[in-house]
Write a protein that binds this ligand. Structure first.
Ligand SMILES: NC(=O)c1ccc[n+]([C@@H]2O[C@H](COP(=O)([O-])OP(=O)(O)OC[C@H]3O[C@@H](n4cnc5c(N)ncnc54)[C@H](O)[C@@H]3O)[C@@H](O)[C@H]2O)c1
Length: 255
């Protein structure tokens, strides 16, 4: 394992599960002090304890709690170098525009998009104080590709994350602060496995579009997070960093 993040301080929201958890492990393995922010106290604390990091319970839709999360990182470890703003939801009541109610629309916008605004707003002043920093905001391949199996608010929220990350990357480029959107393709999570085990046709409908013929593992997304967090990506900012197994580049996939 390369050790590109020795002594760096990294905050990971949604660090208790999935992509966030894999990233907590990877960032810590590369030497970072990791602060796990999650609304789920059990999962969040378990993740932080595993890597000798700090857990802060946070609802990423709350400005006060988000400010407290980043302040805790600075108070405990002396500064902030990396913000992986990753917490997000895709609830079943976010569906086709024809059936999705305003409540579901708003909840998804709050957790997936407003949270990224709040986290960046809280993180940037700490990074300005240090004269450097890397912000990674989790978008999704659906920010650039349409799906007939719509989750309308989710897709719109990720488009927002993409545009906001680009703009922040441009605005703060000369202050040493890089901001990138990370767009994973579908990831092999327990939830996805359960869904597709019950409904193989649903899985097949998606797999046919992936040139690699499989979903991503969370570790493969975490590897990209560590790269974007590290100085190895020192000339990458305001970008959409796709880790999608080729989905967005494909017309006809191999048989
Ligand atoms: N899994 C995929 O296939 C996939 C693909 C593309 C993008 N993404 C995005 O990646 C991110 C992580 O997804 P995942 O699959 O690892 O999800 P996950 O459900 O496994 O983990 C999400 C974590 O976020 C936390 N969380 C949820 N709401 C929160 C809130 N209000 N405040 C604080 N924490 C909260 C949860 O407790 C959980 O620990 C999300 O932004 C998701 O949209 C996922």
């Amino acid at each position: 394992m390369v050790r590109r993040l020795v002594g760096r301080v990294a905050v990971v929201t949604g660090g208790g599960s999935g992509i966030g958890l894999a990233s907590v492990r990877r960032l810590a393995a590369e030497g970072a002090h990791v602060v796990v922010g999650d609304v789920d106290p059990e999962a969040g604390k378990t993740a932080a304890d595993e890597v000798g990091g700090l857990f802060v319970q946070v609802d990423v839709t709350s400005p006060e709690q988000v400010d407290a999360l980043f302040q805790a990182a600075v108070d405990t470890f002396g500064g902030l170098d990396v913000a992986f703003n990753n917490a997000g939801i895709s609830p079943p009541d976010d569906d086709s525009i024809l059936v999705t109610g305003l409540d579901a629309w708003r909840r998804v916008q709050e957790v997936n998009l407003t949270s990224v605004y709040l986290c960046c707003k809280a993180a940037i002043p700490h990074m300005q104080a240090r004269g450097r920093g890397s912000i990674i905001n989790t978008a999704s391949f659906v920010a650039r590709m349409g799906a007939a199996t719509s989750q309308i608010s989710y897709t719109a929220s990720k488009g927002g994350v993409l545009a906001m990350s680009r703009e922040l990357g441009v605005q703060f480029a000369r202050e040493g602060i890089r901001v990138n959107a990370l767009s994973p393709g579908p990831v092999n999570t327990p939830l996805l496995q359960e869904l597709f085990a019950k409904d193989p046709e649903r899985a097949a409908r998606r797999l046919v579009h992936i040139p690699m013929g499989r979903f991503a593992e969370a570790d493969e997304i975490a590897a990209a997070v560590a790269f974007l967090a590290s100085d190895d990506s020192s000339f990458i900012t305001a970008s959409e960093f796709l880790v999608d197994g080729g989905i967005s580049g494909a017309y006809v996939t191999p048989v």
